[in-house]
Design a protein around this ligand. Structure first.
Ligand SMILES: Cc1ncc(C[n+]2csc(CCOP(=O)(O)OP(=O)(O)O)c2C)c(N)n1
Length: 563
């Protein structure tokens, strides 16, 4: 970092950006504004000096923050968000909530007016310190830049908060940074070497996890895999393989799409089979890795589980909604490296599994449906491409119907399960991952985040957005909401009659609107091959998928062991 600056504001902003870089930030997401000009200009200059630092811009702060979340998930490193003052700031909140719930390190750097301009009618001035309160791991409210506070002091303040980007308690943090004018620098530059002379290098601050001790393991053992990252999933799979332990894998576990003898196919549907649940009654020990299980039937099964139930997670937060697991705070790879599990006997449910497959094939054959589209994506997604299912039917359908395959990383926003920000998250995933991403999303969720389609211009890698347009919230057809006659459409489903062809045209996206399984498969594989951002719209009757799912579940309930 240089030492020549025109003003303390500039030197202050440069030191702040440099500290972000030194704490591992390689992506900065920035929305325009004047109060944030010192930060924006410092970020741009830092990018010129550091080719591995990328700057992304967007006019909409809500989408910007989800873009940051996607980049953070794709690159598995901290991402900074820079905004101006005023309502730009609370627009970051939804993505910070999501990041908080799942320990993703976002740094919100919000420019602010100095304190003498807050609470006195000055333009674009709101109370910003502490605005994210319960949804950041730490917050720092800086004073306006001042030469009486040395560079060393500023660096120390920043290091203390940025340390929260690592370790088991990691997650989003908020730095509120007021600036007085001038905001754009002045003519003459000064040497700030004396001001910077007490800045110390960044020291690593390892945060070890507490040790763990275990009660005696009971047998037989089954694993449940919740939301895991790739290394955690690999450690769980290696342990399962060593001792032949079956795994009930969530769609966000990085194992659900993996073909492996230990990974049970279609676990959500398997647990609809009465005889399969009876078979699982023989289990005396569950070890669950990670939390936030999507499948309602896995959750129900866990709620009724009578044996010894351990839940292993590196974080402190409780992840057991039924409050009956013994939660063990440990690094999942370390735990898997230490625990000894004697070889387990198989579950002996092959005949149930093969009948499940037959029923599923039948349900997916005709007519072309939302579950059939989810299956086609799982079957044909290119190797290495990321998959982001939206938070309504999309994730549940994929979880039900996806055939185990090449083990593509499936990334979810299941911290708060919002239907917001999914397009921006997918843009972030695709921008941060050369093999690109596929987003499977409902129509209301796409409408919610349409602005983020404007990010397509900045996306250098393939992104395929498949919208399941069932004219409103199709998921409510599976809930008691559907029985609220006379209220269902107006209060829950919200049919809108909109289609997306013109939205694709507005944002300059490639567009396809196939109406058959073969047509969709072709459009999808073509889009993956071609690159760029493609919107594929699939139109379905509003309650078609709920009818298919209900029919499939009742058929599965009758499945018996074949003699
Ligand atoms: C931000 C937010 N608002 C509301 C909800 C509640 N919600 C869950 S699913 C859903 C409907 C989503 O509809 P759509 O995206 O069309 O998907 P579909 O149900 O048809 O699969 C709503 C409103 C939510 N999860 N997040």
């Amino acid at each position: 970092m240089g030492t020549q600056f025109t003003h303390i504001n500039e030197a202050w902003a440069h030191l702040l950006i440099d500290r972000l870089y030194q704490h591992g930030v390689r992506d900065i997401c920035l929305a325009p504004g004047s109060r944030s000009a010192p930060l924006a200009l410092a970020a741009a200059r830092h990018c010129d000096d550091h080719p591995d630092l990328r700057l992304h811009t967007h006019f909409d702060e809500r989408g910007l923050a989800f873009l940051g979340l996607g980049l953070c998930k794709a690159g598995r490193r901290p991402v900074a968000l820079i905004t101006t003052s005023g309502t730009a700031v609370p627009n970051l909140h939804p993505a910070l909530v999501e990041a908080f719930q799942t320990h993703h390190p976002l740094v919100a750097v919000t420019a602010d007016r100095p304190e003498e301009l807050v609470g006195c009618g000055a333009n674009q001035a709101i109370v910003q310190p502490g605005i994210f309160q319960t949804h950041v791991r730490a917050a720092l409210n800086l004073p306006a830049p001042d030469t009486t506070l040395s560079g060393g002091w500023l660096a120390q303040q920043l290091d203390a908060i940025l340390a929260r980007l690592q370790g088991p308690g990691r997650g989003p943090v908020h730095i509120n940074a007021p600036f007085r004018e001038p905001l754009y620098g002045t003519e003459e530059s000064l040497d700030f070497e004396p001001w910077l002379s007490d800045v110390m290098p960044v020291e690593p601050s390892p945060q070890p996890l507490p040790g763990f001790s275990l009660h005696r393991l009971r047998e037989p053992v089954i694993f449940v895999a919740g939301q895991l990252d790739t290394e955690e999933a690999a450690a769980v799979l290696a342990l399962a393989e060593k001792s032949s332990v079956p795994i009930l894998a969530d769609i966000g576990s990085q194992l659900r799409l993996t073909e492996h003898p230990c990974v049970l196919a279609h676990p959500d549907l398997l647990l609809a089979i009465t005889h399969a649940r009876r078979r699982l009654k023989a289990m005396h020990q569950v070890i669950q890795f990670g939390g936030r299980i999507t499948s309602k039937r896995i959750n129900q099964w866990l709620a009724g589980f009578q044996g010894q139930y351990w839940l292993v997670s590196p974080h402190e937060d409780h992840l057991d909604p039924e409050h009956h697991a013994t939660q063990i705070q440990a690094s999942i790879p370390e735990f898997c490296g230490q625990i000894q599990i004697p070889p387990q006997r198989g579950l002996d449910i092959e005949s149930l599994q093969s009948q499940l497959s037959e029923h599923l094939e039948l349900a997916l054959t005709y007519p072309f449906s939302e579950p059939a589209a989810a299956r086609i994506i799982a079957d044909t997604i290119p190797e290495g491409m990321l998959l982001l299912p939206g938070n309504s039917l999309s994730i549940r359908l994929l979880d039900m119907v996806a055939r185990p395959g090449r083990g593509n990383r499936c990334i979810t926003n299941r911290g708060a399960s919002g239907i917001d920000g999914l397009v921006a998250t997918a843009m972030g995933l695709a921008m941060g991952h050369p093999a690109g991403a596929t987003l499977l999303i409902g129509d209301l969720s796409l409408l919610h985040d349409m602005n983020s389609l404007a990010l397509a211009k900045q996306c250098p890698h393939p992104l395929i957005i498949v919208v399941l347009n069932n004219d409103g919230g199709g998921i409510f057809n599976l809930l008691p909401a559907a029985e609220q006659k006379g209220h269902f459409q107006r209060l829950f489903q919200l049919p809108h009659g909109l289609t997306f062809r013109n939205a694709a045209a507005l944002f300059g996206l490639a567009y396809a609107n196939p109406d058959s399984a073969a047509g969709f498969e072709k459009a999808y594989t073509d889009a993956c091959r071609k690159g760029g951002v493609t919107l594929i719209e699939l139109n379905f009757p509003p309650n078609q998928s709920s009818r298919i799912i209900k029919g499939l579940i009742s058929a599965l309930m009758e499945v018996r062991y074949e003699t």
